[in-house]
Design a protein around this ligand. Structure first.
Ligand SMILES: [Zn+2]
Length: 403
């Protein structure tokens, strides 16, 4: 994998990734997000329904918790996770943890990392880890690392988390030298260190000195949603100081569940690749993204929507409506008037409210289509805005809508 920066705008990087291996002819523009999946599939969407979503990201993340226990079956299948999950045209990026739920704390040690899936705990050491990745044949894979930290974690534990992660990385690099199957896969180093600047920078510098193709910055919230990270006074400064220790020519990835405004802020701090777990979490709550990305925003309608959504908006959450709310009972408009997604083209707020009330799974299918559509659209708008010099205007618009 190769990454190059075309232009720096407001601290953010307009760049492109040239993936190696199966996808050597693809060019992925950054900033961008990946397709969030559950056990190898887009949540709530079968393969045919996923095709109804526009601008599906080229990269699909698949967390190991639910998949690793089945690695022998997938090895037997013989063609890797991409073919196994029918997402063969996507770049498959295997990560350790499912970004939509918190990890169970206190189970990692110097010998390995605990992963969690429906079958419970699955402990992974570097040797088993490489064996599992050989069965999965991902295009990118996160290095085994200890991200069991948050803002309350003490220094001693943070040092251990960084040391464990570096030891796992060294062992993995050694094992990979003998792996013919993974020779074209890109290893993504994990940056740990919680909220300690010294440990974050040590992790960044030491990981950069190893043969990794990119960086996943994690270990801020033990896998919690992380929605409120930007409200912590120290977070932006900590992230900027961490990023300053990373080389310019490799992509920086974060899997935190962030609204469009939070993504924009992180982009300005130097993050290139994001997760699409945020629209999934909204969908689970019966909520729909209605952020207006136009500049200036058509704020009359946006303000009206915000008033109708009442007090369900936490700070910095972005603009969304809650379809479980009774006010939708006789609302025969689409979820977002003007949205050209399959959900908004065919169904009303009233119908989705009814589906949610009666616990029909179709509600989540339709909301997932709409939320993915709007979230993926945001990344096109973000790149366009950075390219055209209107990034600050877009930020002002998102701030206005989220205030
Ligand atoms: Zn829509």
């Amino acid at each position: 994998m190769k990454f190059s920066v075309e232009k720096v705008v407001g601290g953010g990087r307009l760049g492109s990734i040239l993936p190696a291996g199966r996808h050597e002819n693809a060019v992925i523009e950054t900033p961008m997000c990946t397709l969030f999946t559950k056990v190898g599939s887009a949540p709530h969407l079968g393969y045919d329904m996923l095709k109804r979503v526009s601008n599906i990201p080229d990269i699909a993340t698949m967390s190991l918790g639910g998949l690793a226990p089945h690695h022998e079956n997938i090895r037997e299948f013989g063609k890797g996770l991409g073919e196994f999950t029918a997402l063969k045209s996507n770049i498959i990026f295997t990560t350790l943890h499912d970004a939509s739920f918190a990890i169970t704390s206190g189970k990692n040690d110097r010998n390995g990392v605990a992963l969690w899936g429906k079958g419970g705990k699955f402990k992974m050491d570097p040797s088993l880890y490489v064996k599992v990745q050989e069965a999965f044949r991902p295009d990118w894979f996160q290095a085994l690392s200890d991200g069991d930290t948050d803002k309350d974690t003490g220094k001693k534990r943070l040092i251990k988390a960084v040391n464990n992660s570096l030891d796992f990385l060294d062992n993995t690099v050694q094992l990979l030298q003998k792996s013919e199957v993974l020779k074209n896969s890109s290893l993504i180093g994990a940056i740990q260190g919680g909220f300690d600047v010294e440990e974050r920078q040590r992790s960044a510098k030491e990981t950069s000195a190893r043969p990794v193709h990119g960086f996943l910055i994690e270990g801020f919230e033990k896998g919690h949603s992380g929605l409120d990270l930007f409200s912590l006074e120290s977070f932006s400064s900590l992230l900027a100081k961490t990023v300053s220790c990373l080389p310019e020519n490799k992509p920086r990835i974060m899997e935190t569940a962030w609204s469009p405004l939070q993504v924009l802020r992180a982009f300005k701090l130097g993050i290139d690749v994001f997760s699409s777990v945020y629209p999934y979490l909204l969908t689970q709550k019966g909520q729909a993204l209605i952020t207006d990305y136009t500049i200036p925003p058509k704020s009359a309608s946006a303000e009206l929507e915000r008033e109708q959504s009442g007090d369900c908006l936490p700070p910095n959450s972005g603009l969304f409506i809650d379809l479980t709310n009774k006010s939708n009972f006789e609302d025969f408009r689409p979820v977002l008037p003007g949205c050209d997604c399959y959900c908004c083209s065919n169904f009303t707020r009233s119908y989705i409210h009814h589906l949610l009330n009666t616990s029909e799974l179709l509600a989540y299918v339709l909301l997932m289509i709409h939320n993915f559509h709007q979230y993926f659209k945001f990344f096109s708008c973000l790149r366009k805005s950075a390219r055209e010099g209107t990034l600050d205007d877009l930020q002002a618009s998102l701030e206005l809508q989220s205030s």
